[in-house]
Design a protein. Sequence first.
Length: 99
Amino acid sequence: MMVERASSLKPVVSHIQYTITTLCSYDRRLLIAMGSMTPEMRCKVPVKYKEMFGKQLKDVMKSEAGKRDFGTALQLLSSPPDQAECGMIHRAVGGLGTN
């Protein structure tokens, strides 16, 4: 199993920040940046992002990509796996119940 060092995350996190702050269409580049990481890296990137930029990556994805399906997918990708799973369950059962 490959262990990711914090220093190896800096270029990935910097690329995500650069992609978010550019004025051109960034959906494809964000998907490539977030989707190409290993699960282990994906767990560490939000921590490193907050350390480098002082913001929660999930909140940045929400403000930049919105609440449409793509935005939701990016928010889930930028969350730790346990939080992402809880978010998927919450979204799936939304509206269930009695009235």
